[in-house]
Every structure is written in structure tokens, then in C-alpha cells.
Design a binder for this molecule. Sequence first.
Ligand SMILES: O=C(O)c1ccccc1NCC(=O)[C@H](O)[C@H](O)COP(=O)(O)O
Length: 369
Amino acid sequence: MESLLAGAHLHPAAFSPASLSRCHPPSVVVRGVHHVGGRAVRCAYTKDAILYALEHDEMFNSEEVVQWESGKTINTIAAAQGIQISRRCRPRYPSEGSGDDKAVPRHILEQIRKAKKPLMNVMESSENAPPVRDFIGALTAAYGRNGVPALIAEIKKASPGRGVLRENFNPVEIAQAYEANGAACISIFTDEKHFQGSFESLEMIRNSGVKCPLLCKEFIIDSWQIYYARSKGADAILLIAAVLPDLDLKYMLRVCKNLGMAALIEVQDERELDRVLKIDGVELIGINNLSLETFVVDTSNTRMLMEKRGDTIRDRGILVVGESGLITPDDVAYAHSAGVSAILVGESLIKAEDPGRAIAGLFGKELLH
Ligand SMILES: O=C(O)c1ccccc1NCC(=O)[C@H](O)[C@H](O)COP(=O)(O)O
């Protein structure tokens, strides 16, 4: 019998409770024994056991799945894929100065904790969330309508490098202004610590009547976060190749597809782009001009990567989003000429007195919506 978990990298969370109850009776044993951290998990392949696993999801996070399948630790695998970013420790920002203290971690993406709400509950909430909106469809339509890259307008109150960007911050009003001025989609930072975002903002925006599809901007390292984002009304999530090994990217992409969501897979360099281009089913890639290691912005990064891999990207019908450091109509035109169909813009809009009106300033014209 085909494994219940086949194609999902043996990860039970890729299946919703509803789909589990549809497919197999509780007595079916689909496969044998796996060893997780020295423990034998014998009944992991009965429906009951999968449901048990979902309820005790700490046993089944994606790191362990990687280890099950390969016998290697997540850090060994990540290092082999050129991933420098540890997921464990506290980051150091440029403003904190330098130092050789190896105990001080280097990266913003390292400080993420899984929340305590059990996976099973989050999955159930995600099934009751408002329907998913077509994120990629909205970008494609807006690009066709305006002839300039579709805008994903970002809502972020603060950033680690630049501190608070906007004191008078009302996320719902900003989202409404973005939509009224032609944004195709809206990106909402939910990370609290470094960006002063929140899932409450995401949920409030979704419930406010805003129609644009919503991207949950969270540093995702665990599929739990994807279900949680969906339960709060997100239509798309961000997957960062700099922190996620290939197996996690594939698995999380599959979780997104199962939920009907889009995944914006973000790359910074050629190596990450090549890793992502080897994954089947990728539809949306973001090329970030911001280095997550140095915080330096270089808008030529998008052009450079598109020159190298644009043909493959076009052949595959992948939509590319140019991200970070876009401020003027010239910047937008430069990104467009590099071959992107969409751009993700935060700071230059959010810092404007009127973030909605700032969209026309960014493009040099009013956008149709
Ligand atoms: O925005 C930051 O300063 C930042 C710092 C550390 C990690 C990620 C960060 N930003 C993520 C982004 O991708 C940008 O918010 C997004 O591309 C919009 O960029 P911008 O228009 O320059 O605000």
C-alpha cells in the first residue's frame, strides 16, 4: 500500500485531519519503524498514530523528518547546501558593534520559537479560516492591467537595522490605503520582536474588508507556522532559502499547496536560486536585494540573477518578485527591465506621510485596480 505520507517526506502534518479521516481506517499500518533521537517510533504509520503525532507535534517537526530520512543532522545538511544561518541563537545587528564572542549569534532569523498551540488545533483553525485568495493570480492580473510590475505593498512598523519606521501606525488603515491606490497584494510582517508586527494585525486586515491577497511575512522554520498563518487569514507565506534546507522547502511548499496558499520563495544569491530552481512546483520566487547577513541593499542583485537564470525562470513560467531598496520610479523601471513581474516594497511607502498616495510617487503614475 502507498504510504499515507508518501511524497510529503514522511511528514504527517502535510495532511489535514479531515483528509486523514477520509483516507485510511485506523487499523491500517502503512509502514514500519523509524528512530527519532534514539527513540523508536513504531506505530507512526497508522492513522491513529499519525493523529497522535499531530497532537504531539514536537515529535514530528521538519528537522526530525530530515534526520529520519537521511540519518544526518539538520546542521550537517544545511551546511552542505551552503546555508550559513543557524536557526538557534540571538542575532547581532550592525548597531550592536562587532565582537568575537562566539556565544553571540549572528542572525535575525535565529530567534524564532514555535508557539505552544498544538498543531492539531492550528490545523483545525486553518480549515475554518476565510477562503484563500489567489495571490499569484492577483499579481499576474495587476501586471497585465498596469504594464508595470505588480505591487506587493508591505506593512512593517519597524526593522532591525532602522528601528521604528512609522510612529503613527494603524495597519488596517495602511492596508486600506494600499489597496485603494492599486497594490495587488499586501505583505504583513507578523514577527513581533524585530519588526513590531503581529498576527493580530494580519487577522484584523483580513477581517476589515480588504480584498487584496495577504502575504504573511514571518520567518518560517516550522510547518506549524504555515497552518497558523492560514488560520489568521494569510493567502501566501514567505519561505527563505537562506534558512531552509531543500527538504524543508519542498515539504513546506507542499503544505502550502495542500492549503491552497502561495509560497514566495526568497533567494539572495545564485546558489540559493539554483537550489530553488531544482524544486518542482515552484511558482513564485523573490529575489532579495537585501543581504540577510550584512543588511546591505544592492538593487543590481535582481538584475544580475535574472541575467544568469532568467531563461530557466521564464521557461518554467515562474513569476519573479524584486524585493528591497526600491524607492523611485527609476528603481521600479530598473527592476522591471531586469525581468520581474512584481515588486515588494516596504520602507519607502511606510515612511511616507501618506503611504497610499506614495504608491503613485513610487511608480510615477497612478495604478489601476
Ligand atoms: O527590512 C529589513 O530591514 C530587514 C532586516 C532583516 C531581515 C529582513 C528584512 N527585510 C525583509 C524584506 O525582505 C523587506 O522588508 C522587503 O523586501 C521590503 O524591503 P524595503 O522596501 O526595502 O523595505
